[in-house]
Design a protein around this ligand. Structure first.
Ligand code: HPA
Length: 234
């Protein structure tokens, strides 16, 4: 096992979906995977391996925010040999033409986190998606009838902010949405030479106040999961 993951060597597949919520990991495993086996319960951060259309796939909760997501991604990549990582989650729209239930593919992620700056204090290191995964996910999402936006997201360190001025300004500069994990996932993908992508559905809009109901979130989430799984095995 690694420090935070109780799986034995070989129990984690080399392709993985990463929802923030561990109960979402359980739901995905039980709903979409055949023969899912739970490999981790440490800290309640559930992880499962099963098969999807005959290929081994894992799904692991990461918790919220970059420090937590980075712990799981580091251990999955370095200790368990994971090669394809797709974050699946929600984001808040900030660009005006992004609407709730749309799909956002993070082509790149801006961030106000210092997590990458610790390694590269004198450089702006662009955090970009793996192009192969991005291209596949885009086509699969289009085929499925999603309204898809591809572009920059903001990976924010702070959910409850006193001042959203800069967030809104980023929206005016074309940043599609705000979430809390993509940048570090992309950074670790680059650092360790593995493929990473973040795909999110828009759960709310910070500027317009548009919101989704719990039922709409569930339906959209299920549809997004198919995009994530099909991209992993494509
Ligand atoms: N901030 C960060 N992450 C989010 C948000 C938000 O407003 N909405 C959905 N995910």
């Amino acid at each position: 096992m690694s420090v935070h993951i109780g799986a034995k060597s070989g129990e984690v597949a080399d392709k993985i979906l990463l929802p923030g919520d561990p109960l979402r990991a359980k739901y995905i495993a039980e709903t979409f995977l055949e023969n899912p086996q739970c490999y981790n319960e440490v800290r309640g951060m559930l992880g499962f391996t099963g098969t999807y259309k005959g290929q081994r796939v894992s799904v692991q909760g990461t918790g919220m925010g970059m420090p937590s997501a980075a712990i799981y991604a580091n251990e999955l990549i370095r200790e368990y040999g994971v090669k394809k990582l797709i974050r699946v989650g929600t984001c808040g729209g900030i660009k005006s033409d992004v609407h709730v239930r749309d799909l956002v593919l993070a082509q790149a992620a801006a961030t106000n986190s210092a997590i990458i700056r610790h390694d590269f204090p004198k450089h702006d290191f662009p955090q970009i998606a793996d192009f192969d995964l991005l291209y596949k996910a885009f086509n699969i999402a289009k085929e499925q009838g999603f309204t898809v936006h591809v572009g920059n997201v903001l990976s924010d360190d702070v959910f409850y902010k006193d001042d959203l001025t800069d967030t809104f300004r980023l929206g005016e500069h074309g940043v599609l949405a705000v979430e809390m994990e993509a940048a570090v996932l992309y950074y670790l993908g680059a650092k360790y030479g593995v493929q990473a992508l973040a795909l999110m559905t828009v759960s709310d809009h910070l500027v317009t106040g548009e919101e989704t109901t719990a039922e709409e979130r569930q339906t959209t989430f299920d549809e997004m999961m198919i995009v994530g799984l099909e991209t992993l095995i494509a």
